[in-house]
Design a protein around this ligand. Structure first.
Ligand code: F6P
Length: 327
């Protein structure tokens, strides 16, 4: 190998996601297994710029696989979006003798990573960690499964009160501009509709929900709304429905950050563990500027540039299934 990797740096960045700790644990242990030193970088790119670095042993990652959030802390760092900020970050990489970086995060994290890798020729491997599931090239991102289960539990509870009072509930979920959380939790929770940014306008989606005759066979109803500006959010849709049908008793529930917390599900722990190991193996195979992902249950390497630029679409069969099952 012409460029031998003796030390890696690992960080979490952007919105936290359940399973990030399991990924940090896997990266640390897989690196040490391969006799590579591990430097933990705190607070994402902010910590990289400020030199918040500490060497990790296997014990530093004991007893964290079950914990939500990230023990490394995280941040959304505006400074790293500038060349000056990235130059400061590079100084830390040099000072700490870090040969390669493993970054765990989503779209923003990978955008910064791709620029940094290109400008300073530092090998970077991305691990997809976001509840939004909006990275192309991997079937799922770390945290998505846990968030879905959390949302499903919340909607189950909302259904109890919705049916008791015979109300229509608009439940807003996260996802930024992607509808994966909304669509899939609508199916899992047996909701009547999902209003997502990927399909038609919000008016068309609302009209088709109303047109489905939701009150013919049921006296309560749940609509899951993706938080995206294209859907307008739950409140805007509730107002619109109320205008058209003042006879309906409508309520709004915005689930907010509770969707990002909690102990990761088994699926997220396993995904994070596989991807952490895969990230170290990718470096040993001299992969550069790639995201490690899982496609059809196999590890894949996806160029960072592609993971962030290609739009990952929701499955049409799920849109269809939800429509069919909500009659
Ligand atoms: O990207 C994860 C996410 O939870 C999005 O779903 C949401 O739009 C955003 O982060 C919220 O960010 P913040 O925690 O900074 O308010």
């Amino acid at each position: 190998m012409e460029y031998q990797i003796k030390t890696i740096g690992v960080l979490t960045s952007g919105g936290d996601a359940p399973g990030m700790n399991a990924a940090v644990r896997a990266v640390t242990r897989a690196a040490i297994y391969h006799k590579i030193r591990v430097k933990a970088i705190y607070r994402g790119y902010k910590g990289l710029i400020q030199g918040e670095v500490r060497e990790f042993t296997t014990q530093d990652v004991s007893n964290i696989i079950q914990r939500g959030g990230t023990i490394l802390k995280t941040a959304r760092c505006k400074e790293f979006e500038t060349e000056e900020g990235r130059a400061l970050a590079y100084q830390t990489v040099v000072n700490e003798q870090i040969d390669a970086l493993i970054v765990i995060g989503g779209n923003g994290t990978f955008t910064g990573a791709a620029d940094f890798s290109k400008e300073f020729n530092v090998p970077v491997i991305g691990i997809p960690g976001t509840i939004d599931n909006d990275l192309w090239g991997t079937d799922q991102t770390i945290g998505y499964d846990t968030a879905m289960n959390t949302i499903m539990d919340c909607v189950d509870k909302i259904k109890d009160t919705a049916s008791s009072h015979e109300r229509v509930f608009f439940v807003e979920v996260m996802g930024r501009d992607a509808g994966f959380l909304a669509l899939n939790t609508a199916i899992a929770a047996g909701a009547e509709a999902a209003i997502i940014p990927e399909r038609r306008t919000r008016e068309q989606q609302l009209d088709s929900y109303i047109g489905n005759g939701f009150r013919k066979s049921k006296n309560s109803s749940i609509v899951i709304v993706s938080e995206s500006p294209e859907t307008g959010g739950a409140q805007a849709l509730a107002d619109r429905l109320h205008e058209k049908h003042p006879e309906y008793d409508v309520r709004v529930s915005i689930l907010g950050h509770l969707q990002r917390g909690g102990s990761p599900t088994a699926a997220d722990r396993i995904l994070a563990s596989r991807l952490g190991v895969a990230a170290i193996e990718a470096l040993l195979e001299e992969q550069r500027s790639v995201m490690v992902g899982i496609k059809n249950d196999e590890v894949v390497y996806v160029p960072l540039s592609k993971a962030i630029s290609v739009r990952k679409d929701v499955h049409q069969d799920k849109v269809h299934a939800l429509q069919m099952l909500s009659i």
